[in-house]
Design a protein around this ligand. Sequence first.
Ligand code: FES
Length: 109
Amino acid sequence: MQEPLIARRSPYAVNVEAGETYAWCACGRSQSQPFCDGSHQGTGFAPKLFKAEQSGPVHFCGCKHSQAGVTCDGSHKTLPPAASSLSAEEQMKRFEKDLKEKDWGHQPC
Ligand code: FES
């Protein structure tokens, strides 16, 4: 399965209303983070519903890698650094590692 995009590397603090249901973006493509805007179409991802039991702040996961579902569990702290923060040499090492480890779906010519 495809990996979700990292919308951001920190949670979104949102004040929710008791009894309301919220559709959390699981694919990371929504322009209305942390909630779904329909951008997941064709990605294999679907939004996850969150029903607020009480009013108040909820820290919705922004990195889309939380093991706790829609809320932040700190997993964003363990993600590899963004490619843009790596040196050219580090980016090349990551690229070479990805080439060896990932199935890119390519067929030999
Ligand atoms: S923002 Fe995803 S686990 Fe914290």
